[in-house]
Design a protein around this ligand. Structure first.
Ligand code: 5AD
Length: 369
């Protein structure tokens, strides 16, 4: 048995700090290809070879936050938009019709009462209009709407959303502090993640990889953070500078494009080997650095793709980082292109499935034991 097999038992608390860091430096026995192959084996054994699709609707770029790296930060000069309710519901129908069993609603963070009530109403509406023969409970709904009060998380959960994505961005509190204004704190972010779990969501988190000043040990700690917070889903990708964001954060990436890409793939593989039964996304940011970056993510152990269903006319205004791909494509193109990428790797794409991570059900099951 190779080293990968010995650490991929979900019950064993195995890969130590030094092992994770060594693999992230490219020191896995046999090299990166062996690392990725081990991650794929762990995936097939625990979750299966399927790739799950979640239509990603970026419905608004209004944001109260001012994360230094982000192209839609509050102080960025971009034209702001907010899709209408009708547009949002139409996109949901499109996802259901395309056979994507799940949809992610993402937008800048807002906490005003009107927005909160609006989302609650939209969740209920989407759940009712996306019933299909193959989707007896409607689309699986994931939210990615930032830090909210517990009461808000509960409202949205009770309305029918069952997954939530909120990245920790980095598990190093001092690096987090460098990346965010003082009023956005690391401890608030961690509290929000714990609240989401308590409310009952399947929890997604993740980090940016190759942030200026971020070390390999930081990334190794990120993987342990994923395990300790008991995440069910991980979305992570390379840090990519944004001109629109750069007013106060003028530091260029201190690792090359190739390094950030490779490090991102190693993070996917190491996360898969450390916590095998998670869902891990092959994120769009991977494709910003290489035309087949998302395929490389799947080959390194990812099992989720998020085809963008945002209307083409709004995509320019939702550039979190520069060089975001698919800006000149519409949702029809992304709907066809994304599953085709998985299929070309020989990975099955299952229509009409929520595609929950076994990790989420393992936890639920354990609660009733
Ligand atoms: N580079 C890479 N990822 C970014 N995000 C925001 N800005 C950037 C950037 N410049 C990511 C953050 C956020 C997610 C929605 O987008 O990780 O959580």
């Amino acid at each position: 048995m190779g080293p990968a097999t010995s650490i991929s038992d979900p019950c064993a608390d195995q890969a130590g700090r030094h092992e994770i860091a060594a693999w992230l430096r490219g020191e896995y026995p046999g090299g990166d290809d062996a690392l990725f192959a081990a991650a794929r084996r762990a995936l097939e054994r625990t979750v299966g070879p399927e790739v799950w699709m979640r239509g990603l609707l970026e419905y608004s770029n209004y944001c109260r936050c001012d994360c230094h790296y982000c192209g839609i930060r509050r102080s960025a000069e971009v034209s702001r938009f907010d899709l209408t309710d009708e547009e949002i519901v139409a996109a949901a129908r499109e996802c259901a019709d395309a056979g994507f069993g799940s949809m992610t609603l993402q937008a800048g963070e807002r906490r005003d009462r009107r927005s909160i009530v609006r989302i609650e109403r939209l969740i209920r509406k989407i759940k009712t209009v996306t019933y299909r023969e193959g989707l007896p409970e409607g689309l699986g709904l994931t939210l990615s709407l930032g830090e909210q009060r517990e009461e808000t998380y509960r409202r949205w959960y009770d309305a029918g959303a069952h997954r939530y994505l909120l990245r920790i961005e980095t598990s190093n509190p001092s690096l987090f502090a460098q990346l965010h204004p003082t009023r956005q704190t690391f401890s608030d972010r961690v509290t929000a993640l714990r609240t989401l779990k308590r409310v009952g969501y399947q929890l997604g988190t993740g980090v940016m990889i190759g942030i200026p000043g971020q070390t390999i040990d930081d990334l190794a700690a990120d993987v342990r953070f994923f395990r300790d917070i008991d995440a069910d889903m991980i979305g992570m990708g390379p840090y990519i500078p944004s001109v629109a964001a750069a007013r106060t954060f003028r530091r260029a990436a201190d690792r090359s494009v190739a390094e950030r890409l490779q490090l991102s793939l190693r993070m996917i593989a190491v996360t898969r080997l450390t916590i095998p039964d998670l869902n891990i996304a092959a994120t769009t940011a991977l494709q910003a650095l290489a035309p087949t970056g998302r395929e490389a993510g799947l080959a390194a152990g990812a099992n989720v793709m998020m085809p963008i269903v945002t209307p083409m006319s709004r995509r320019q205004s939702y550039q979190l980082y520069d060089g975001k791909p698919c800006l000149d494509e519409d949702s029809v193109a992304c709907r066809a292109c994304t599953p085709a990428r998985a299929a070309r790797l020989g990975r099955p794409v299952v229509p009409d499935a929520w595609g929950d991570a076994p990790h989420a059900h393992r936890r639920k099951g354990a609660e009733y034991e």
